[in-house]
Design a protein around this ligand. Structure first.
Ligand SMILES: [Zn+2]
Length: 232
């Protein structure tokens, strides 16, 4: 029995199955931007931390500025000659000493905060680079996937046309049997004999079974997996 057309149909259908599977994973790959989202989130968090540190530094600088203005005013007052009372002069001098101490402490804090901020800025730069790299890798991946999808869709259309032609050369009862087997046998209904064994399950055929395959006018089913077997 000549099963060339049925095995041709199987080849086309297996090919179509593979295309469908690949298209599914390509479409999924185009949606999935988990790496980009994670990198973006990390960058945003890092920017927030950096902004907070910058605000803290600004507050310290502001504070220093105010204390310096106050110090300059007290200094001016001390040397203006307007204050004559010794107690008042002493209080003024104490205030100046205190302000100088506060300013020195604030300037230490300013330095610490500047070092901290520099470190945070470096971390933000690293996070930004990581995000840009992830985003551009995803863009590349997407355009490659889009090109592959286009190829597969063209191939799919050609195979469907070929399938229509092949279907016309097969009897409808054989097609029905084939379709039923495809559903039950994981998409593979008909397989060839390879080295006297079923190419799907590997079952070795007896000499009389081999004879049957070649001479019989009926379909031959693999005694183990039940698929249609044909000799090439
Ligand atoms: Zn088998």
């Amino acid at each position: 029995m000549n099963l060339t057309n049925l095995s041709e149909l199987q080849n086309i259908d297996s090919h179509l199955d593979a295309i469908r599977l690949e298209l599914k994973s390509l479409h999924a790959a185009m949606q999935r931007d988990g790496l980009v989202a994670t990198a973006e989130q990390t960058l945003k968090e890092q920017q927030l931390i950096e902004n907070e540190a910058q605000k803290t530094l600004n507050r310290i600088l502001d504070d220093i500025e105010k204390k310096k203005i106050k110090l300059a005013q007290s200094d001016a007052m001390l040397y203006s000659g307007k204050v004559q009372n010794p107690k008042e002069l002493q209080d003024l001098q104490l205030e100046i000493d205190s302000l100088q101490g506060i300013i020195a402490t604030l300037e230490d804090k300013q330095l610490d905060q500047m070092i901290k901020l520099e470190d945070l800025q470096a971390k933000t730069a690293v996070a930004k680079l990581a995000f840009q790299k992830a985003a551009s890798a995803f863009e590349t991946q997407k355009s490659q996937a889009a090109a592959r999808i286009q190829n597969l869709e063209n191939e799919n259309a050609l195979l469907l046309k070929k399938r229509d032609v092949v279907l016309k050369s097969i009897q409808s009862q054989d097609i029905n049997l084939y379709e039923q087997l495809r559903k039950r046998k994981n998409g593979l209904a008909i397989v060839s004999l390879e080295n006297d064994a079923c190419a799907a399950c590997g079952t070795q055929l007896t000499p009389s079974e081999k004879q049957d395959i070649r001479s019989s006018t009926k379909l031959f089913f693999c005694p183990t997996c039940g698929r249609i077997l044909y000799a090439k």
